[in-house]
Design a protein around this ligand. Structure first.
Ligand code: UDX
Ligand code: UDX
Length: 459
């Protein structure tokens, strides 16, 4: 099928950047991103591209270049579905918070709504592309809904999981390690391959069956998260034995069979994908009675929860076993640098634990707005909104955030933290002044020379 118009349902962290790059590289294809959230669409349409709802290096420039030419943001979902030959589903698939599979399985209600919407509106043949991360064999459900519409339209379902990481999304999209397309119809697969073929070499476009493609996405995220949990487990051992986890990571990473990436010990991984996808994998394995498989992967999450908790406990223990009434400054709220996304960020859990120990917390993040910090804390429901508000302050200026603090906790690896005037920060803090570096970002010798009592992960 010759593709001239593409629609993407879901203008989020995945749909937005992916479609912007597809539009940039395919000037002859009209790409329309639709979303039920009118505010989000309005933000994507803001004349001032610094106000886009998602911050990603390089994204604003691409949106500026393509918007109103062949890239459009709209709330007119039916119209966009109707006119397009290819429809991407890129809506969120959160972990279920109710019923069977609560806390484990992916909630597919938005996916189903999209499938029904497409079935209702379509008058011509469509290729439907799953972009959202889905449990294996979801395509079957989508297929069933689409094929039972009774309107004699041919629907071809493809799985095309996204491997971009936030903070580097544009670069990952422009230079992907691979593009994965799973499907049954060769024609449909080749139609999508030709869209990517505008900029991705053909040997990097992998064609598989539907189920392999769906499972590969969950497996890729599980393997990446497993590496982080593995090195974090070793970090605890390092703290007990005098080894340095950075040195261990470097030594093992030079083994070409292991490789250097995803071996950075941290306060714990966050983000919208790792935890959700592993929980999903565990749930699927259990549903087939594969309990050893499920237990194996569940351990990655257990280790990650332990790492977040352990970081907060170590801080409390070092501050003479109590943080009650003490001010703890948190630098970094996003789940990693170069994004304004805070989903599952370790900072939320560390802060929540410190608040339960009656600390006063003071937060600075270069990209996360203050309102978001309180929304994230309130979402946990650990205490009332009023209690969260009264124990939390949020600042636009890092030097204000650290004033009179007993300790600074570095929880996101923002580059700018390295170039701060740490001597000035030291002077503003209570003494002894502690730093708990959850990202092993700062220079230990420099911090000690200034006078800080510096604690890092795995050292
Ligand atoms: C994506 C993927 O789709 C998810 O499966 C993956 O695991 C993480 O990344 P993401 O783009 O990060 O999700 O989600 P989000 O930023 O929440 O965007 C989803 C958008 O879909 C939202 O803007 C939401 O309003 C929209 N949506 C949701 C619809 O337009 N229709 C719906 O029925 C549901
Ligand atoms: C991840 C996958 O990398 C990506 O392919 C997929 O499409 C979506 O999920 P993302 O969650 O955006 O991407 O970021 P990623 O760079 O993978 O980091 C995830 C978390 O792990 C972050 O909190 C990060 O700080 C942490 N991390 C990563 C570590 O703690 N140590 C590392 O060595 C690497």
């Amino acid at each position: 099928m010759n593709i001239t118009k593409i629609c993407c349902i879901g203008a989020g962290y995945v749909g937005g950047p992916t479609m912007a790059v597809i539009a940039k590289k395919n000037p002859n294809i009209k790409v329309t991103i639709v979303d039920i959230n009118a505010d989000r669409i309005a933000a994507w349409n803001d004349e001032d591209v610094s106000k886009l709802p998602i911050y990603e290096p390089g994204l604003a420039e691409i949106v500026q270049e393509t918007r109103h030419k062949n890239l459009f943001f709209s709330t007119e979902i039916d119209k966009a579905i109707d006119e397009s030959e290819m429809i991407f589903i890129s809506v969120n698939t959160p972990t279920k918070t109710y019923g069977k599979g609560k806390g484990m399985a992916a909630d597919l209600k938005y996916i189903e709504l999209c499938a029904r919407n497409i079935a209702d509106v379509a008058k011509t043949d469509k290729i439907v592309v799953e972009k959202s991360t889905l449990p294996v064999r979801t395509a079957e459900a989508i297929k069933s809904i689409l094929h039972h519409t009774g309107n004699k339209i041919n629907f071809h379902i493809l799985s095309n999981p996204e491997f971009l990481a936030e903070g580097t999304a544009v670069n990952d999209l422009l230079y992907p390690d691979r593009v994965l397309i799973g499907g049954e119809s060769i024609d449909a697969i080749e139609s999508l391959a030709s869209v990517y073929g505008s900029w991705v070499p053909d040997d990097k476009i992998l064609r598989t069956n539907l189920w392999s493609s769906e499972l590969s996405k969950l497996t890729a995220n599980a393997f990446l998260a497993q590496r982080v949990s593995s090195i974090n487990s070793i970090s605890e051992l390092c703290e007990q034995t005098g080894a340095d986890v950075n040195e261990v990571a470097k030594a093992i990473g030079l083994d070409s069979r292991i490789g250097p990436k995803f071996l950075k010990a941290s306060v714990g991984f966050g983000g919208s994908c790792f935890q959700k996808d592993i929980l999903n994998l565990v749930y699927i394995a259990r549903s087939y009675d594969l309990n050893e498989v499920a237990d194996y992967w569940e351990q990655v999450i257990i280790m990650n929860d332990h790492q977040k908790r352990r970081f907060a406990d170590r801080l409390i223990k070092t501050l003479y076993n109590t943080v009650s009434g003490k001010k703890i400054a948190i630098l970094g709220w996003a789940f990693k640098k170069d994004t304004n996304d805070t989903r599952e960020s370790a900072a939320i859990y560390v802060a929540d634990h410190l608040l339960s120990e009656q600390a006063q917390i003071s937060i600075f993040d270069p990209k996360v707005p203050c309102e978001k910090v309180l929304i994230d804390l309130n979402y946990l429901n650990t205490r009332t909104e009023k209690e969260n508000k009264s124990a939390t302050e949020c600042h636009q200026d890092p030097y204000e955030a650290v004033k009179d603090a007993h300790a600074v906790a570095v929880l996101t690896e923002w580059d700018e933290f390295k170039s701060y005037d740490w001597k000035a920060i030291y002077n503003k803090m209570k003494k002894p002044a502690f730093i708990f570096d959850g990202r092993n970002l700062l220079n230990k010798d420099e911090m000690n020379a200034i006078g800080f009592e510096y604690h890092a992960i795995g050292q």
